[in-house]
Design a protein around this ligand. Structure first.
Ligand SMILES: [Zn+2]
Length: 501
């Protein structure tokens, strides 16, 4: 034993955690990496458990059934969850066992999950207190795990035939000392019925939609509160929403396999952080939506690049997170605005506004449009939309016109009544980007008393993209290329401004 310890201490650090890095959104991303699930589990353990003499919970690396309920027990015992093959420990797991030198190892599941051979292996490491929490099926195992937890006012019920819902709620359940009991989607197994009774909890959290836990099952539970969702990603997001979980930092794991989320859930619980799930090819809409809604900027990514690739992680780093912006397409409805050269101002402003909206939303801004079709909100209504929600930025888009056909170019206005410095700064950024992108004549940044920028209480500007009355400008205004460039320029101007706030 002693010899082994020395060898381990002398081993170089093969398993360095990736260095945390800062993102465009001003947050930090840290990855707990690993060549496979065994190594990820070990690196999670290293990150969260520096002292020896604790408990270790050991689960089968390839079968989630018995492991789904393990997180609350692991958290209660201040134990990392390590993974094993059915008949053999991997070398890296052995080394971690030696480092942790646990006072107790708990195997979750019967011999069908982890064989007695593994117990012998652990004992040969000099760790003698090894026991199982077993049962004839996953339901019995979850009931047996629950029986080891102290009394609680609440229980959690999740579908035992799939892993995502149980793992998404694991950090919350663990931290609050609520057991996770498993059920079949359409019937509550008698083992669990008994466990629920024995537990005598006053209320329950049902995780997953009706296809995961039917209303018939839910009706057999004390005061059930359902956290549903259209898919696993939305369920994980709704757990954060409905339970009002802290989102200073969020763990991100693949939703396609269970291992990393399982072993990471105990560390997440220790750090009081929820888990969000992602697809390996893209960041799911539901996940992105909650990131925007809660302005989540700090992530711990669980697993290697094959599970959660860098390009997926990068999609979380939205540069306009936290920005609420009102985009005002000038005129509309009964008010066509300026007309000339076969063009109507109201159409162009709406087109550019919609293009701008999609660019802003893609980077995580909350965008409120004063209009999305050919309607006319009054100027007071437009301003009220921004003031009532406490928007950060108001941008009004217009097209200029003059009785002199030679007048041409681009200008951007601000007003000093509210947020004078910010408004001028925003106008300056937007004007600079517009001139760069459009190559139009630079008419400059100007102050004016236009109603919408005078009465909006936040950084607010009104931009006049070009002259509808000038034949050259009008030719440009007709093209989607020009409109796209204009939207891009305004987007860049807002981004530059927001970065400096
Ligand atoms: Zn106008």
């Amino acid at each position: 034993m002693k010899k082994l310890l020395i060898i381990v201490l002398l081993l170089p650090l093969f398993f360095m955690m990736n260095v945390p890095y800062s993102t465009a959104a001003g947050g930090t991303i840290e990855r707990i990496d690993g060549a496979n699930r065994f190594e990820v589990a070990v690196n999670i353990s290293k990150k969260g458990w520096s002292t020896t003499g604790n408990t270790v919970v050991l689960a089968n690396a390839n079968a989630f059934a018995d492991a789904l309920s393990a997180a609350p027990l692991a958290y209660y015992k201040n134990a990392p969850i390590l993974l094993t093959q059915k008949d053999q420990l991997t070398a890296i797991t052995k080394q971690e066992m030696i480092r942790l030198s646990p006072s107790e190892v708990i195997l979750v599941g019967g011999e069908g999950s982890i064989s007695d051979q593994v117990i012998s292996e652990i004992k040969s490491l000099g760790i003698h207190n090894v026991r199982r929490i077993a049962g004839s099926d996953r339901f019995e195992v979850s009931a047996a795990i629950a029986a080891e937890l102290p009394a609680s006012s609440k229980i959690v019920i999740a579908d035992g035939t799939k892993f995502p819902d149980a793992l998404a709620i694991a950090p919350y359940a663990a931290r609050n000392g609520y057991p996770i009991l498993l059920t079949l989607p359409n019937s509550l197994p008698s083992t669990i019925q008994n466990a629920v009774k024995a537990r005598n909890a006053q209320s329950s959290i049902v995780v997953g939609g009706l296809a995961s836990v039917s209303s018939q099952v839910a009706s057999q539970l004390p005061a059930p509160q359902r956290i549903g969702g259209s898919d696993r990603y939305e369920v994980a997001a709704n757990i954060i929403r409905q339970l009002n979980m802290k989102t200073d930092k969020v763990f991100l794991a693949t939703g396609l396999s269970f291992a990393d989320a399982l072993t990471g859930s105990v560390l997440a619980a220790k750090q009081n952080a929820p888990i969000l799930l992602t697809h390996s090819n893209y960041l799911p809409e539901a996940t992105k939506k909650i990131i925007i809604e809660k302005s989540i900027i700090n992530f711990t990514v669980l697993g290697g690049l094959a599970s959660v690739p860098a390009n997926v992680v990068n999609q979380t780093a939205l540069s306009l997170l936290g920005l609420t912006i009102v985009v005002d397409a000038g005129h509309g409805g009964s008010d066509t605005g300026a007309v000339g050269n076969g063009l109507k101002e109201e159409d162009i402003t709406l087109d550019v506004a919609k293009r701008l909206q999609s660019k802003l939303s893609a980077q995580g801004a909350k965008v409120i449009m004063t209009r999305t079709s050919d309607t006319y909100p009054t100027l007071t209504e437009r301003v009220e939309m921004a003031n009532s929600i406490g928007a950060d930025v108001f941008v009004s888009i217009h097209i200029n016109s003059s009785t002199s056909p030679s007048a041409s170019g681009t200008e951007t206005y601000w007003n000093r009544t509210y947020a004078a410095a910010e408004s001028k700064e925003l106008a300056t950024y937007i004007q600079r980007e517009l001139i760069d992108e459009l190559g139009t004549k630079d008419r400059g940044v100007k102050e004016a008393n236009f109603y919408v920028i005078k009465n909006s209480k936040m950084a607010s500007v009104l931009t006049e993209l070009a002259f509808i009355s000038n034949s050259n400008d009008a030719k440009l205004l007709k093209t989607s290329t020009f409109r796209e460039k204009a939207a891009q320029a305004i987007f860049q101007g807002i981004s530059a401004y927001w970065k400096n706030q």
